[in-house]
Ligand binder design. Structure first.
Ligand code: NAD
Ligand code: UDP
Ligand code: UDP
Length: 328
């Protein structure tokens, strides 16, 4: 896949001892795990969030640390900071959340990414966009490689997010070609783990919370649709690997283990509560039929691959969910 050469070459800043790293969406599920990693590594971390789906609890343990700073800010508004790296995650990720105010989701994807690229350009910072497997839509190629251009409905209920991430990738590549901004693109496949919001609405958090509280597991549609589930520590490792590499991407960052929703429900039953029932509910529109990353590119160019199998990852999630749901 040709990405085109930049028109101007930007002089890269020398690597400094303690880089100032901005994490947008840092109080969210993935962002808070990323902040943990970066703070522990000794970077100076600025976490920016508007708390739409993120929460203070996710980062409460970091507040007060000398190398951590929290800013309440909406990324659709410009902001002037001095930073060396930007991990741009700010965007609701659960279909329930991003469909709640689709115009705001589109603004966050477009204006938010534009502002962060403007900031990266001014600071000559390295910029990583957390894109998604949703750019492949309801894929006609299986598994999906990065060279696949996708099959996306531009006018559906999921479009604010899918098309939003596609324009975010486009802007990212145009800042690279037009201004020589150092950019990185990752396409994240379904990721789960501790700190997912209890009302997040995504399938793994729904099933685990339902199984722990003795409620039936809600399988949408016939449950034959597939997803590939990645544990959050594998994603953080992938994000850091891509950011530190000399590769622009895009890179699929996901776990190729593919499961139907019925298989997932049965595994959650086995791990969390064998007595849990399964109920079938009407599916949402434009739900992709199957999803599985081809991760050959990340494996070959970066030596990255996920380590945590679904069964082990589910066990790691149960402790956190039990505590927050006040069960056992
Ligand atoms: P999340 O909803 O837990 O986190 C998103 C964070 O962004 C929240 O803290 C939220 O408050 C913040 N945010 C939203 N809009 C904002 C705005 N306008 N200004 C400032 N902050 C804003 O979701 P997540 O799962 O942690 O996802 C993080 C990123 O990873 C997102 O960009 C998402 O698209 C991407 N991603 C996640 C997955 C996954 O399975 N978790 C898959 C693909 C892509
Ligand atoms: N921007 C920002 N912080 C900065 C630099 C830029 O928020 O430190 C915003 C800026 O307000 C603009 C966007 O990023 O809306 C794109 O900036 P750029 O300089 O690339 O484009 P221009 O301002 O020329 O449209
Ligand atoms: N799903 C389900 N039960 C739920 C929530 C979701 O069966 O309680 C299904 C949903 O229809 C989709 C898959 O699980 O096929 C993944 O949905 P999720 O919202 O987690 O992420 P998506 O990949 O759709 O963004």
């Amino acid at each position: 896949m040709s990405t085109g050469a930049p028109k101007t070459l930007v002089k890269t800043k020398p690597r400094i001892e303690r880089p100032r790293v901005l994490v947008t969406g840092g109080a969210g599920f993935v962002g808070s795990h990323l902040c943990d990693f970066l703070v522990a590594r000794g970077d100076y971390v600025i976490c920016m969030d508007n708390f739409f789906t993120g929460s203070k609890e996710n980062i409460a343990h970091l507040i007060g640390k000398p190398n951590f700073e929290l800013i309440r800010h909406d990324v659709i508004e410009p902001i002037f900071l001095e930073v060396d790296q930007i991990f741009h995650l700010a965007c609701p990720a659960s279909p329930v959340h991003y469909k709640w105010d689709p115009i705001k989701t589109a603004k966050t994807s477009f204006l938010g990414t534009l502002n962060m690229l403007g900031l990266a350009k001014r600071c000559r910072a390295r910029f990583l966009i957390s894109s998604t497997s949703e750019v492949y839509g309801d894929p006609l190629q299986h598994p999906q490689t990065e060279a696949y251009w996708g099959n996306v409905n531009p006018i559906g209920e999921r479009s604010c997010y899918d098309e939003g991430k596609r324009i975010a990738e486009t802007l990212t590549m145009d800042y690279y070609r037009e201004h020589g901004t150092e950019v990185r693109i990752i396409r994240i496949f379904n990721t789960y783990g501790p700190r997912m919001a209890l009302d997040d609405g995504r399938v793994v958090s729904n099933f685990v919370a339902q199984a722990l509280t003795g409620k039936p597991l809600t399988v949408y549609g016939e449950g034959t649709q597939t997803r590939s589930f990645q544990y959050v520590s594998d994603l953080i490792n992938g994000m850091i690997t891509v950011m530190e590499s000399n590769q622009i991407g895009p890179f699929n960052i996901g776990n190729p283990g593919e499961f139907t929703m019925i298989e997932l429900a049965n595994m959650v039953k086995e791990v969390v509560n064998p007595n849990a029932e399964i109920v079938f509910q009407e599916n949402t529109s434009d739900d992709p039929g199957r999803r599985k990353p081809d991760i050959t590119k990340a494996k070959t160019l970066l030596g990255w691959e996920p380590k945590v199998p679904l069964r082990d990852g589910l066990k790691l999630m149960v402790e956190d969910f039990s505590k927050r749901l006040h069960v056992k």
